[in-house]
Design a protein around this ligand. Structure first.
Ligand SMILES: [Zn+2]
Length: 156
């Protein structure tokens, strides 16, 4: 068994978060203030290129993440299985308010590897760095997380 390093992501302070609107599913989305500024620029630039980016998920609190885990445990899913797809509280980059999960037009299902086949992914790969965003979990990443082509994070 391989020892994976423990990575902890700090939860954004409430005063650094702002409500930016609704996500793809109509839920409130909060992002870190500086991330919101960068996201707006990137969103507009993508739109200019006829690429639609929709947010599936932004900031998530430790408490919210714990809730996801608890609901799955209550269904009898073993923690080892849950950990493969859900970060434990403290281990999700979404706690920072700087990570965004994207979807775009024409996806049958969100947050699958098939996002890498979309025009939006191609656009992000070429342009996201100009706005300070990068894909956090490429294939075989150091975190030991699954490949997440939809998950991009803003770095100051
Ligand atoms: Zn994510």
């Amino acid at each position: 068994m391989v020892e994976t390093e423990l990575f902890l992501f700090k939860e954004a302070k409430p005063e650094d978060l702002i409500l930016i609107g609704k996500d793809f599913f109509g839920r409130d989305v909060h992002l870190d203030k500086n991330t919101e500024i960068a996201w707006n620029k990137m969103y507009q630039a993508a739109k200019q290129d006829n690429v639609e980016l929709f947010i599936v998920s932004g900031f998530r609190s430790y408490e919210y993440q714990q809730g996801i885990i608890n609901r799955k445990l209550a269904k009898g899913i073993p923690l080892e299985e849950i950990k493969k797809v859900n970060a434990l509280p403290g281990m999700s980059e979404h706690h920072t308010g700087r990570a965004i999960d994207f979807t775009t037009v024409g996806e049958d299902e969100v947050l699958t590897e098939r996002f890498e086949e979309t025009v939006a992914f191609e656009w992000l790969t070429k342009n996201a760095h100009k706005y300070g965003f990068k894909m956090s979990f490429p294939r075989d990443n150091k975190y030991g997380f699954i490949y997440e082509p939809w998950h991009w994070c803003y770095n100051y």
